[in-house]
Design a protein around this ligand. Structure first.
Ligand SMILES: [Zn+2]
Length: 426
């Protein structure tokens, strides 16, 4: 049955996705209203939202004032995912996807076969938007091989090679040389190491495109990766809970997938902010099995200007990374981690690096240098760069050369982090 249904479900979702993504602003709003009607109806049949969603609220009303619903925090979903399941479905009869659990505890997202096909189709549709053609081999460097499709998908139509992030980078590089994929997907910290290895080998690897996911991609890292692999580098912004949220177009603007989710940027009071930075809050519009409304995803961003590419969907920009990527200055002032990222000329000296504030007045710069040892002049420049970002406040900078920068369970590298608790964030 699964095999028979497969081509139809997959093709249906794929074609719908492609047709809806380029709707003009008016049609998109009407589509959102219709889809939100469905989500609100499903939400009323969950234990979590039953009392929170007003009985007379429809998609149009929700879109005109989203604050009529409270924000859904990550912990609600993590601690009791079954309370988000709609219509009294027995969770034992459902499949699930699981987040990688960067906080140490994974979150379970329940789905039925149709939602599973939807997510699968969206993965392919997004790759196609980054230049993938059928039969093109895709390489994915990731902690988990989550995309286990049928034989037809993974071997014939959309073949892929999975490279575990836990492998030594040299081994993954050798595999890429051997398999010669058309596209590469992964975390920027991993892509950077592969780009360095490619540079050292005389750039034998070239791709149609490279897709960066999950971690913040700085402009300089993007350039280093793109130069090495002679191709454009795109950001794909999504999450296990929400599937695809936003993707870069040819102009490298990060457009919201407005036909699949509704994105807000909210201030501390949970109200949308027009200008300036805020928390990214997402309402998904594809799964009535487990509706998730106004979900605070844990990233910070702001709204960007309209894009020249022709797509009329809103643009996200100014990604400041995870909310917990920051440095606390001795005075208590907080600096976003993004300010501390290395620029291109310094970046080229490292396979990888990490900046950790161990205590209020001390930052440790962990690094794996290209060439075995960091030249004194580079060391001085890095110290100068870090101190310049501390706005005149006192900060000691220590250097620690390591064989590999440690990663969490998810394989993601936190480039900037602090062990100083955040008391009064400014
Ligand atoms: Zn655009």
């Amino acid at each position: 049955m699964r095999i028979l249904k497969y081509p139809f479900s997959f093709l249906h979702h794929y074609r719908t996705w492609m047709a809806e993504e380029s709707l003009d602003a008016d049609r998109m709003r009407r589509l959102q209203e219709r889809k939100l009607d469905m989500m609100l109806k499903a939400a009323r049949e969950t234990r979590h939202y039953r009392r929170l969603v007003p009985g007379n609220l429809d998609g149009e009303g929700f879109l005109s004032d989203t604050t009529c619903l409270p924000i859904t925090e990550k912990k609600y979903l993590r601690d009791a995912p079954e309370t988000f399941v709609s219509g009294g479905r027995d969770v034992r009869t459902l499949g699930f996807a699981q987040t990688s659990g960067s906080t140490g505890l994974p979150t379970r997202i329940y789905l039925d076969a149709d939602v599973a096909w939807y997510r699968q189709a969206v993965r392919y549709a997004t790759d196609v938007s980054f230049g993938r053609s059928p039969f093109d081999l895709l390489a994915r460097v990731h902690a988990h091989d989550y995309d286990r499709g049928s034989l037809m998908e993974t071997k014939v139509l959309f073949p892929k090679v999975f490279l575990p992030i836990s492998n030594p980078p040299e081994e993954n590089f050798r595999m890429l040389i051997k398999r010669k994929p058309a596209m590469l997907r992964g975390y920027p910290s991993t892509l950077s190491i592969l780009a360095r290895l490619n540079d050292a080998a005389g750039r034998p690897l070239r791709f149609k495109s490279v897709v960066s996911v999950a971690e913040l991609l700085s402009d300089d890292t993007r350039k280093a990766i793109g130069d090495s692999f002679s191709c454009p580098v795109y950001t794909d912004y999504g999450s296990m809970e929400m599937s695809s949220i936003a993707r870069e177009c040819g102009e490298h603007s990060l457009h919201v997938d407005s036909h699949a989710c509704m994105v807000e940027i909210v201030g501390r009071d949970g109200k949308p902010v027009r200008g300036g930075e805020g928390d990214v809050v997402v309402t998904q519009m594809f799964s009535s099995v487990m509706p998730i409304l106004r979900f605070r995803i844990g990233d910070r961003a702001r709204w960007g200007r309209e894009c020249a590419c022709g797509r009329q969907t809103p643009v996200l920009e100014g990604f400041m990374g995870r909310k917990d990527d920051y440095i606390v200055l001795p005075s208590g002032r907080v600096r976003s981690g993004k300010n501390f990222y290395l620029e291109l000329s310094l970046l080229s000296h490292f396979f990888e690096y990490q900046i950790v504030q161990e205590e209020p007045g001390r930052i440790v710069f962990r690094h794996v240098p290209v060439g075995g040892r960091l030249p004194d002049a580079v060391r001085a420049k890095i110290k100068e760069h870090i101190i310049s970002q501390c706005l005149g406040e006192r900060m000691d900078v220590e250097f620690e050369q390591v064989a590999r920068v440690p990663r969490g369970r998810t394989g993601k590298l936190r480039v900037v982090s602090s062990k100083v608790p955040l008391h009064d964030a400014v």
